[in-house]
Design a protein around this ligand. Structure first.
Ligand code: F0G
Length: 353
């Protein structure tokens, strides 16, 4: 046992880094894998939550970013760019700050959560708001990287997926084998592709006896893979996955088909209900997009599509604190009871007296 060293040092021989690659790390990875009493009881399965909101910038993006920024530095980059629905930009800005690179961020105007915007700004990013959605932002980021000396670190950069596959390694290392079923949200489709890489690598090398079936869930209003066509104007309360033309579309379909899995859609109502219940019942507060996998698992169970007795991992991708406005919008007024500083008054209001 040793203190956690970040995903590059923990899985160095499985990542595209050499002895001379500088390691730009914030100690990412090593996130909690917690049993969900609520989901296990509800489904009759053994359900585990991979809590990626515990990463240094509050999302799974840090796994890919430590790798992408380290490689960018090794290749002599001075500036980095990404398109983002918020979390990629927060992560890139933090790792760029640490590496002394200039971070440039393109986000859809008015469509990223305040916490994520605050992160990008505080880490010193130049944030450009684009009149358009994520898909247009990604086109611009690619265009900038093609024409100017700035390195693209979206998940179209294969090093990102290499870093993110470490999430699958950690689940297998902890459970002793791969689960039967692996569930997660899908937006730009990089993460499901990365997990499949990780599970396949461990199985190929005999470090796991099986590969899980991969289940991904998009938001109903932003479900191009489910519909089989680009969604020109995606809409969902889960802004992190408000994407109509995912860059890793084909890799995600391959992960689904090779694993005998599925990619489905869940409504905004299902997402927000899952987010609320996960916080209340399991003590895990995630952002709306992160609850899409939980919502999908519950919907499959309700439809009779989930056999009991399976071991299931569910990745919850980002921290609930990133978007408190959306979280609280469904709760109603929160500070409705104001009392004088008095024990008896508090007891009365609390229904104790
Ligand atoms: N969950 C969260 C919290 C995300 O931020 C994202 C993607 C996803 C799930 C979906 O992962 O894109 O690999 O399928 N966020 C990107 C961003 C698009 O810019 O932060 P994916």
């Amino acid at each position: 046992a040793h203190p956690w060293r970040g995903v590059i040092e923990e899985y160095r021989d499985r990542l595209p880094v050499g002895p001379d690659t500088p390691v730009i790390s914030l100690g990412e990875g090593g996130t909690p894998l917690v049993s969900s009493g609520w989901l296990s009881e509800t489904t009759g399965c053994d359900v585990w939550l991979k809590v990626e909101g515990s990463n240094p910038t509050g999302s799974f993006k840090d796994r890919g970013m430590t790798a992408a920024i380290s490689v960018a530095v090794a290749e002599g980059a001075e500036a980095v760019v990404c398109a983002s629905t918020g979390n990629t930009s927060a992560s890139m800005a933090a790792y760029a700050a640490r590496a002394g690179l200039r971070p440039l961020v393109l986000v859809p105007q008015g469509k990223i959560a305040a916490g994520k915007m605050a992160q990008a700004v505080m880490y010193g990013s130049h944030v450009i708001q684009v009149r358009g959605g994520f898909d247009e932002c990604l086109d611009i980021a690619r265009g900038l990287a093609d024409a100017y000396p700035v390195a693209l670190v979206n998940s179209v950069n294969p090093v990102r997926l290499q870093g993110q596959k470490t999430g699958a390694f950690e689940i297998v290392d902890r459970l002793g084998d791969a689960p039967d079923l692996h569930v997660m949200p899908v937006g730009n489709a990089g993460n499901i592709s990365a997990y499949w890489l990780g599970y396949a690598e461990y199985a190929d090398e005999g470090l796991a006896t099986r590969r899980p079936r991969m289940w991904g869930f998009q938001a109903e209003g932003a479900a191009p893979i489910v519909r089989g066509e680009v969604v020109p104007h995606p809409e969902t309360v889960a802004t992190a996955i408000r994407i109509g033309n995912p860059a890793s579309w084909h890799l995600a379909v391959a992960a689904r088909d090779e694993s005998g899995g599925r990619i489905g859609a869940v409504s905004d109502e299902q997402i927000l209900a899952a987010q609320r219940e996960l916080a209340r019942r399991d003590g895990v507060f995630v952002e709306p997009a992160s609850a899409a996998g939980v919502a999908g698992l519950l919907a499959a169970h309700a439809a009779g599509d989930l056999d009991p007795g399976q071991r299931i991992s569910v990745v919850v991708t980002g921290n609930g604190l990133k978007d408190v406005d959306t979280a609280l919008s469904g709760i109603g007024s929160i500070v409705e009871q104001v009392v004088d500083a008095d024990v008896r008054k508090a007891a009365e209001v609390a229904g104790l007296a």
